[in-house]
Design a protein. Sequence first.
Length: 135
Amino acid sequence: EEGCAITTNSGKVLSPFKFQAIFKFNNSLFKTYNNQKFGLLSKTGEEIQTPVYDAIVNLPEKPTLIQLIKNTKKGLADAEGNLILEAIYDNLSVEGDRINAKKGKAFTTFWVDKNINVFPRKWRRNKLAERKRIF
């Protein structure tokens, strides 16, 4: 067969021979390369993200997240490659347990919990602050 695949030391083929290159990405993923695009495979050979991204990089400020870049737009996946945020944002920054996202003129803050679940920030009204007037 032609192309690259993941195999075990004993020669068992875990992924199809359809990639131009495969690189070790982290402890649980391989990065695939095909037709100038990148994707992700699990270490068992399952295709987690098809090769449609211009770049896939680890985030040094949050090792449990992976940045996906597609046509200058940014998204996020967890350390196992599962999609968290589609690659539709102009800019993403991670600060602790917050993800700040910019899309056009709109800004959204997402919170990341200990299980890497991401949800939009919800603002609650502060009734005490509304009673006080500061001049």
